[in-house]
Design a protein around this ligand. Sequence first.
Ligand code: AMP
Ligand code: MG
Length: 586
Amino acid sequence: MKVVSIAGWKNSGKTGLAERLVGEFCRRGLKVATVKHAHHDFEIDRAGSDSFRHRAAGAGEVLIMSSRRWALIHENAHEAPPDGPALDKLHPADIVIVEGFKSSDLPKIETRRHAAGGRRLAPEDRHVICVASDRPAKASTPPEFDLNDTASIAGFILREVADFDRRTAKPDLDRSGLSAMPPGTDWMPVDEALSRLEQSVCAVTGEEIVDLAAAEGRILAQPVPVLRSSPPAMNSAVDGYGFRYADLEGESCRLALNEGRAAPGAPAIDRVPAGHAVRILTGAVLPEGVDTVMLDELAELSSGAVTFRKPSRPGLNTRKRGEDLRRGEPLFAAGRLVRSSDVASLAAAGHTRLPVRARLKVAVISTGDELVSTIGDASGNAVLDANRPMLLTLLSRWGYVGKDLGLAGDTGEAVRDALDKASQEADAILISGGASAGDEDHVSQLLTTEGEIQAWRIAVKPGRPLALAKWCGRPVFGLPGNPVAAFVCTLIFARPALNVLAGGGWHPPTGFMVPAAFSKRKKAGRREFIRARMNPDGGAEAFHSEGSGLTSGLAWSDGLVELEDGARDIGPGDMVRYIPYSSFGI
Ligand code: AMP
Ligand code: MG
């Protein structure tokens, strides 16, 4: 977790700035914790309060709880005074703001207010990363901000604190127990990232009308009712002889054959008199006087009469009116993705045109100075852009309009321009590369400082540098550069979210428990997805390498094996969850 402290002399504006920064970081979707340094007694020391009385009587620790909050009060009286904030007492958060602790070695924002004397902290304090002053100097080192310019200070903190951590190699603050992940950060579990993502998206597309023939793959914008019952009337399910069941006597039946023939689409024939049978074909409406049909093969026709054994029940071999679809009942709910297997029902229920969601527009950007689009442009060690064609193909497969925004170089400006353009042209953005915390990782830097980041360090392999954020209100998936990681993260994170944005539901992929046909030892702490395919014996084979740059492994595989967050030692025959690519709609 990132930690920053706000230090300054009395009345220099520390609490006000802390308060504004907490608000700003919360608005950007970060989980915030604070630590406040107090000199001696503080709020809870109000004499006479119940918790005070418990402690005054000698309790070393008091846990005070309500349904809204809890606080643990611990007596330090007999211990050495702390020389810094006890961060290990906090639950994991994205950022911790410490107010006070002037002499700690945390990265510091120094507050300065001239009306309060404008006193400075010790000028040699190398932990001061910036100054927040009511009269900032124009150019200075460290930089000075206007005390009230909360957004700029917040952005600066997010950029600088990571740098500061690297420079001063602080002790490991990670307490999340994610042993497979590098220490020093809180890695967000996949499920938490997915649930944050789910909560942050809603439908953004409009509505349009399409012909039934063009509805496959589209999302219904309105609930669709049954306009007409199917079948519209009671009819025969077989070719045979129709009669009234109540007219039968005894086990062996002989009925005189009526004239005429009931055929589908032919004019209805006259009433069939009691004790008579009529020739009837599959789909023909039952004439009056007929409620049961005897199958051709089980009936014998001779000299104007038909003989057969008595059927087991009335209504045999008939179809009831509306037994498939009943007029006025709901057929499909809004948000359903129309599949080819739905089209028969839609047609039978009377629909020729349907209200569907307009197609979601999704922009695709690749970032990296090393990338080129075509082999003709590739000189030296240039890398051919694999992600853009791959992502555009996935989008079109899912029924979205992919907007190819090309390549962006490794500069903040290039990435910002591309994101600005994308947010004007599209409803959502997939941008790959530059998502980790390196010097050239401008995507993560920009999304953290100028976008609204929702989740960044997600405990997933492949794909650790994955940023989920918003840019100008548009959801952005800051995907890893390595093609396998970009592919997996798109399937796992972007796919369900895009479907919600497009007007559909949040649908986790369907997986199947199958025996593993591989061995693997996995540490605790992150979810892993392995490229896999089913072998003829019904076992899941794994690709020979887990390298996330190997596009050949994607082509080799038919799906992914998902290994849960905990540790596992998998041997052949152990059950694992296999998710075929078809479960991702591809
Ligand atoms: P990055 O996430 O930008 O650090 O990139 C990680 C790795 O993925 C580097 O080796 C990049 O060259 C590679 N990479 C990034 N973007 C692409 C892309 N669009 N196509 C192929 N490789 C890429
Ligand atoms: Mg890069």
